[in-house]
Write a protein that binds this ligand. Structure first.
Ligand code: C5P
Length: 219
């Protein structure tokens, strides 16, 4: 791991806007991005495609070890298949969240995540970026938003994409996922001790990005 490459971590619950914010902060700074959730989603998709038993911790970790992934500016390939849209499906995200407590899986993904620390800098988005993967990050953000605001955002995103969505179902699913991420024994979703908590419930994306850039300018 090259610890000289600066890292900003952005952790937070499902649909807190981390992904969009991480990409915009990275593009302002000319840095790369790690969407760590995509690695959990890719593992979930591969588990589904190869009919692996999700409760078999060793088999799931093996899938993660052997994932053949290529990230491109416009998408992501899994075993040479373009899967950007497939991994965004709700049932894939839901399986990813159910697989995520598996410590063997988390261990299997560690080196892959740390390999993203290259070039001018990295903005890493996930749940445990500041607590586990990049403990020495230069700036740690914990991005929160109330669950209703997040469910409404997700609902709008899906409808904009032409996918039918129901606010009540999304809200229930989000609460369930939050609980699983917060309550799991390994790498739970908690702010790192040195994280700045940013509440985006009443902020636009631009305001959230600016808040993070302001914090970075003071590091
Ligand atoms: O962020 P995203 O919704 O794409 O992540 C999918 C799932 O992967 C999350 O619900 C979470 O359980 C898991 N995850 C994780 N640690 C990360 C990123 C994602 O456990 N660093």
């Amino acid at each position: 791991m090259n610890t000289l490459v600066p890292v900003i971590t952005i952790d937070g619950p499902t649909a807190s806007g981390k992904g969009t914010v991480a990409h915009r902060v990275a593009s302002k700074l000319g840095w790369g991005v790690l969407d760590s959730g995509a690695l959990y989603r890719l593992t979930a998709l591969a588990v589904l495609q190869h009919d692996v038993d999700p409760s078999d911790a060793h088999a799931v970790a093996k899938v993660a070890h052997t994932l053949q992934v290529e990230f491109h500016p416009n998408g992501v390939l899994l075993a040479n298949q373009e899967v950007s849209a497939l991994i965004r499906q709700e049932h894939v995200g839901n399986l990813a969240s159910r697989l995520a407590p598996n410590p063997l899986l988390r261990e299997a993904l560690l080196a892959r995540q740390r390999a993203f620390r290259a070039g001018a800098g990295l903005v890493a988005d996930g749940r445990d970026m500041g607590t586990i993967v990049f403990q020495d990050a230069n700036l740690k953000i914990f991005l929160v938003a109330d669950v209703l605001a997040r469910a409404q955002r997700r609902c709008k995103q899906l409808i904009d994409k032409g996918i039918s969505a129901n606010l009540e179902d999304l809200l229930a699913d989000m609460r369930e996922r939050d609980a699983r991420d917060v309550e799991r024994a390994v790498a739970p979703l908690v702010p790192a001790q040195d994280a700045h908590v940013v509440d985006s419930s009443n902020l636009t994306i631009e305001q959230t990005v600016q808040t993070i850039l302001d914090l970075w300018s003071r590091v």
